[in-house]
Design a protein around this ligand. Sequence first.
Ligand code: SF4
Ligand code: SF4
Length: 207
Amino acid sequence: MSDLNTAMIEKYRSNFLKEVEANVEEGEWVKMCMQCGVCSGSCPLGKHWDHPPQEIFMMIRANKREEVLSTDSMWMCTSCYNCIARCPRGLPITHIMHGLAVYSKRLGLIQKKQPTAEFSQIFWDNLMKKGRVNELKLGLSMYFKDGFGQGVKNAMANQKLGQNMMKAKRMNAMEFFGGHSVKDLSGFQNMVKKAQEIEEGNLKDAK
Ligand code: SF4
Ligand code: SF4
């Protein structure tokens, strides 16, 4: 268990709602949920998850900390915004779902092989190198993340897609050798580092 997770359990013992309100993006909205179920009924994917949004909000209020933070349901949200458009209480449901995903990652509670979390990390690492996404390297990183053999199979299966992206100039073979970076790369990296420090500081203050 990570030190941060232990500290948070200690600080918010038996009050998971308070922990969510203090540490999760838009978490202060959870208490406004009236459990009508419209969000879960509107979510195109929720029925395939362990816990659709309405259930997650009910579990937060019922203090089911471990179940909420270890489920991968919030990682499956595609940001379609159906739920937000229909919630009679105007909860920013999508943001809360993503906020919970980010918080569980910070606490070291996500499953190692959760595919969306894996993709997010690969995307982030790719973006941070040049300040912009290198589509070719992003695709290759995804194809080869489970080893060379699987990577070759993935690349063969998707070669048509790659060719079409090159034709549409969404991908350039020269990107393999580095690709463009933003004009002020170190400025960009410093800005992100500063934002991360501020966020980390906010979490420490919450301890
Ligand atoms: S639609 Fe809004 S009020 Fe209804 S269950 Fe979902 S979040 Fe709660
Ligand atoms: S934004 Fe996420 S939680 Fe809301 S309906 Fe779409 S997939 Fe479901």
